[in-house]
Design a protein around this ligand. Structure first.
Ligand code: C2O
Ligand code: CU
Ligand code: CU
Length: 534
């Protein structure tokens, strides 16, 4: 391990792996490198910006305890403008925790925040007792220790705080990080795998940064109803990110850690790339795409060939339709044109490129007859809140709500405002009910395979469930979109989707699993339910 580190350290620096504080060292190193290698045009830095930070990778050993400390820190979203933020272990967001299939590492979450916190391992298949998502929140100074039974295929996962009613604000403030599961089957695929060099995580978020560089989170009616979308694109915690990548095949691990923004990802030059993995693991074979849609909570791994030269990863505006009865209103995004997420400068080296494997994993088993399977139906709706209407803050007038999102109005609003403290203009519901702690909504048999039909009559919702993975059988009665054909735990349901789910991990009534909309403002507002597995 140490050997590998030393061997790659210089190249790692060139790729900007060693976090923002090394930015100033980059031009010098780049110049040295240029003299050593044959002069190549592609080595001239093409883009100006902030060197893409790469989260610290921590390998969790079997049986050893790792302290994940939730604490306040300082962080610069905009280079040179540090502001107060939250994170784990002293960084905005946390370290990337790498777990090996077949091990049982221990993690102790320690709360050094001035607010309650808990933690959810999003995408990790563990019994609910090993996950603290339903914990009401550790008090300051308390800790939660768990041993994680890692037994699932290699995948890019993440962890984040999950205190009911506060998740949107807490994740916005920085309480999220990456988790990587590795296994032997995928280690043999020959995929690019040098962390921070040709295996790059990209945690995608959006923020509204004020002139001092501080992210502003206005809990206005429109934000609660449609979710928070910011004007500034933030990748691994920084705006205007520039990554330096080698002149060959690079693996990008994309994570949508935004509150509500669905990223519509493409390269500025429209190049094709290969989708190799979705939320919960590899596809059977790579799928060639030029556009990838990633909804909050989702992950995807892609292979991009930088032998084709420099590239810029972009996202298109995320406007969405909102249907009330027969009327459809298109809710515009706060950005009206594609925005840049990361620019990639290319560094030449003499290493051979990895090849794109033709097979990645065993194909998902053919779906036999689903006729005998238990079906459940979940209707996700935002309903007008009678309580809010009574005090005159609610209603469904989209135009009026939109006037409240002007920067002037947002600036007047309190900077901190818990989503639970005022009547919501709408009630985010599942099957007509908002979330209630202590109520069990569904009881599933351990080992059962079921079909869950999710319907979104009013707007698209990213549906997620804890403790199980699924495959998408159909979307609106048709074949699922290419990016929804792999192993999943979160899916954007635009109208309806049928999910085939096998429940392999237990959850009792004291710590049930949760299913919810991963648009965090909807989750906080109550578009969430509970289920037991036993
Ligand atoms: Cu990432 Cu309950 O969610
Ligand atoms: Cu989850
Ligand atoms: Cu939703």
């Amino acid at each position: 391990m140490i050997e590998t580190r030393l061997r790659f350290s210089r190249r790692a620096l060139l790729a900007g792996v060693a976090l923002g504080f090394l930015t100033s060292a980059l031009p010098a190193l780049a110049a040295k490198k240029k003299k050593a290698a044959a002069p190549a045009k592609a080595e001239e830095p093409t883009f100006t910006g902030t060197a893409l930070p790469v989260p610290r990778l921590v390998d969790l050993a079997d049986g050893e305890t790792f302290d994940l400390v939730a604490e306040a820190t300082r962080h610069a979203f905009v280079e040179g403008k540090p502001v107060d933020a939250l994170g784990y272990g002293g960084t905005y967001m946390g370290p990337a925790l790498r777990l090996k299939r077949g091990t049982r590492p221990k993690i102790r979450l320690v709360n050094r925040l001035a607010r309650p916190t808990n933690i959810h391992w999003h995408g990790l298949l563990v019994p609910s007792s090993q996950d603290a998502a339903t914990h009401p929140g550790l008090k300051t100074g308390e800790s939660f220790e768990t041993a994680l039974t890692v037994d699932q295929p290699a995948a890019t996962l993440w962890y984040h705080t999950h205190v009911h009613g506060r998740t949107a604000r807490d994740v916005h403030d920085g309480l999220a990080g990456l988790m990587i599961v590795t296994d032997e089957a995928s280690a043999g695929l020959g995929l690019p795998s040098t962390w921070g060099v040709d295996d790059l995580p990209l945690v995608l978020q959006d923020r509204d940064l004020d002139p001092t560089g501080r992210p502003v989170y206005p809990a206005t009616a429109v934000v609660i109803e449609h979710g928070f979308r910011g004007r500034d694109m933030v990748v691994n915690g920084v705006t205007n990110a520039v990554a330096r990548v080698p002149h060959r095949l690079v693996r990008l691990r994309l994570v949508n850690a935004a509150n509500a923004r669905t990223f519509r990802l493409f390269f500025e030059d429209n190049r094709n790339f290969r989708l190799i993995a979705t939320d919960a693991g590899f596809l059977a074979e790579p799928a060639e795409l030029s556009l990838l849609v990633l909804t909050p909570g989702e992950r995807a791994e892609i292979l991009v060939d930088f032998a084709e030269g420099i590239g810029v990863l972009m996202t298109g505006p995320d406007e969405h339709d909102h249907r009330v009865g027969a009327a459809t209103t298109t809710i515009p995004d706060v950005i009206d044109r594609p925005a840049r997420l990361v620019a990639f400068d290319v560094v030449r080296d003499d290493r051979p490129s990895a090849a794109v494997p033709s097979r990645l994993a065993l194909p998902l088993a053919a779906v036999g007859s689903t006729a005998g399977l238990k079906r459940r139906r979940f209707e996700l709706r935002t309903l007008p809140n009678p309580a809010a209407a009574a005090v005159g803050t609610g209603g469904h007038d989209h135009h009026m709500m939109h006037t409240a999102t002007t920067p002037a109005a947002a600036a007047q609003g309190p900077a901190t405002h818990d989503t639970e403290s005022a009547p919501l203009p709408i009630l985010p519901t599942i099957n007509g009910r908002t979330f209630a702690i202590g109520r069990i909504d569904e009881a599933v048999g351990l080992g059962a395979t079921e079909i869950w039909e999710i319907v979104s009559p009013d707007m698209a919702h990213p549906f997620h469930l804890h403790g199980a993975h699924f495959r998408v059988l159909s979307e609106d009665g048709d074949q699922p979109k290419t990016w929804n054909r792999g192993p999943k735990d979160t899916v954007l349901v635009e109208n309806s989707a049928e999910l085939l789910i096998t429940f392999t991990r237990p959850a009792d009534a004291a710590t049930p699993f949760l299913h919810h909309c991963h648009l965090l403002e909807h989750e906080d507002g109550g578009m969430m339910g509970t289920f037991t597995v036993r």
